[in-house]
Ligand binder design. Sequence first.
Ligand code: S3P
Length: 169
Amino acid sequence: MNPASNLVLVGPMGAGKTCVGRRMAERFGLRLVDADHEIERLAGTSINTIFEVEGEAGFRARESAVLAALLAQDGIVLSTGGGAVLDPDNRRRMRERGFVVHLVVSVEQQLARLARDRSRPLLARGDREQVLRDLSAHRAPLYAEVADLVFDTDAHDSAAAAELLAREL
Ligand code: S3P
């Protein structure tokens, strides 16, 4: 990885993007920016409320605007939301402006890690397992398109994942 560039973490909900990102940022002396937190900060409200009031389309527009602004910077570790790869402009910017790591996680692990989570509106759309399997089937080729590196987080906590990942950069 070119140390001057950004490190961009993509992958589904529960893959550990924010936790692993925090550790990678500490390790490389970079700043961690979490795109979902930035969207909430700018909107002054939660992602659940944005989905309720503006629908998913409203959320995606905010997400793309935030990603464009963040990826104009240098020297950040960017933790993206699971659906950030849906917009082709986001995918292009990630590739142009960062080294992109796809954090992989199984649906079984996602279900375990997100068991008590109520902050992800997509999980409330139906049977959680089916929602996660459908998202995974739809998005797998999009993650593959942007990834410079693929890393499976199933067997590791965030500290071990960051340690192993750092060796591969
Ligand atoms: C989403 C994932 C969430 C958040 C929003 C939508 C998705 O981020 O952006 O709830 O479309 O997969 P995380 O991947 O950080 O959970």
